[in-house]
Design a binder for this molecule. Structure first.
Ligand code: ZN
Ligand code: ZN
Length: 445
């Protein structure tokens, strides 16, 4: 036997129940973002390394330690994207979207890469569902975005708490930074070794440290909210008012900074209780200077990203093994041609149901009339629309039913000698074990 090839460390196959959770998250995310005017875009996974160095920041953990970077065959320094915003902003500028649209709302779903120590809720290849809202200076945009985020989580039945902060702008943050550095230097000896390094390069990141001693020191640190300029203060007050009107509960956390350099003013995180240290399931904020800093015009923007892997962990036990769909079970090989006919007729019938309002085919009237009057038949046809499969094995009746049960079908269509002779199918509800017949001429006329 040849040796097996295994997956790369920290990179996972998404299969089975987890894949179902991913699909549900993707579906819900795009349904609601579309409702709020977002257009889905498809952005590259591979970008120039420089893009992330200049946007996420060269002193952040992501860029310093976690990026997958390499030289391509043309000697270009490239990176697998560690997050989605930088690439979206690059695309927005490069395609000059701002020339044709007064404002732009993009949504996307895809894989991101960070070379971190794998643990629960932290993978080297992970998925984000993200939104970017370009050219929206008003705090109503922040409110709308947070409302959208909270609705997506609610729809997915994820119980998360919202934390908000305002981390200031280029006018007010430098003064805060200076006070913070002074304070942290006075406590330097007590800080963890990572934070001692951060102190020199990126002091705001100390506020993010999970070390308990550092946390205690941060508790007493100067508070950004006391340093905000009039514009930032006003933006923050208005956002809180908007959240109150929209009845979105929140907590203000003055030490919430996010691990990326591009944020200005509003930052927010949704956290759950169930995931231990990796408890942030969705996070975002405003990045009013990023477009300009990456060579575009001076356009304010904001966005968020949802951690799909983490949300999937939260909803995994909520996904029931629901019975769904219909399988066709001919008992012998000679019934297969009849089974194929049933498959074709039923799958086409799903089409009539879609078109029922625009063009009622009078020939199918009997079937539609029956469908309307017969609850059993109607429920069966709903399941046909969910899933209909042909047999892929022959065998004893009991074995076939077991197979249909295991695959969680709602109904099985039984095909034996009598059925073929008299041109009908026997439909068995696999949950209640009830059965009824459907004459095929009802579909054939
Ligand atoms: Zn400010
Ligand atoms: Zn620390």
């Amino acid at each position: 036997m040849s040796s097996k090839i295994t997956k790369v460390k920290g990179i996972y196959d998404i299969l089975g129940k987890e894949a179902k959770a991913f699909s549900l998250i993707e579906e819900t995310f795009f349904k609601l973002t579309k409702l709020f005017g977002y257009e889905r875009v498809f952005l590259p996974i591979l970008e120039r390394e420089e893009l992330f160095v200049r946007s996420v920041g060269d002193t952040t953990d992501i860029v310093e330690k976690e990026m997958y970077t390499f030289e391509d065959k043309g000697k270009r320094k490239v990176a697998l994207r560690p997050e989605g915003t930088a690439g979206a902003v690059r695309a927005y500028i490069e395609n000059q979207v701002f020339l044709s649209e007064s404002y732009t709302k993009w949504s996307y779903f895809g894989e991101m890469f960070r070379y971190e120590n794998p643990q629960a809720g932290r993978r080297r290849q992970f998925y984000q569902a993200g939104c970017e809202y370009f050219n929206a200076p008003l705090p109503t945009a922040d409110g709308e975005l947070i409302y959208l985020a909270s609705w997506i989580l609610k729809e997915l039945r994820v119980n998360a708490e919202l934390y908000i902060n305002n981390i200031g702008c280029e006018k007010c943050r430098p003064r805060y930074k200076a006070y913070l550095i002074d304070y942290l230097f006075s406590k330097k000896e007590k800080l963890c070794s990572d934070c001692q390094k951060r102190l020199e390069r990126n002091p705001l990141r100390v506020l993010d440290c999970k070390n308990p001693t550092c946390r205690d020191i941060v508790e007493e640190a100067p508070n950004i909210l006391d340093f905000l300029c009039e514009e930032c203060k006003d933006h923050f007050e208005k956002l809180k008012e908007i959240l109150d009107i929209l009845k979105i509960p929140y907590k203000v956390d003055p030490f919430l900074v996010r691990g990326l350099d591009y944020y200005t003013k509003t930052v927010f995180e949704f956290k759950v209780n169930s995931l231990g240290a990796q408890n942030t399931v969705l996070a975002g904020g405003r990045y009013d200077n990023l477009i300009k800093e990456l060579g575009g015009p001076d356009i304010p923007a904001l966005g968020f990203a949802m951690g799909v892997d983490r949300v999937a962990l939260c909803i995994l036990n909520l996904l029931e093994d629901k019975r769904e769909g219909v399988i066709i079970l001919p008992f012998e090989e000679k019934y297969i041609p009849f089974a194929l006919k049933v498959f074709k007729l039923l799958s086409e019938a799903t089409n009539i149901l879609e078109k029922i309002e625009e063009e009622i085919d009078t020939k199918k009237f009997l079937f539609v009339k029956n469908l309307m009057e017969n609850e059993k038949l109607r429920n069966f046809m709903i399941e046909v629309r969910n899933r209909i499969e042909l047999p892929n094995k022959l065998g004893k009746i009991k074995k076939l039913f077991n197979l249909a049960d295991k695959k969680n079908f709602a109904y099985a269509i039984v095909i034996g000698e009598e059925e073929v002779e008299k041109n009908f199918i026997t439909i068995k509800n696999l949950e209640t074990r009830e059965q009824f017949n459907l004459p095929l001429n009802m579909l054939e006329v």
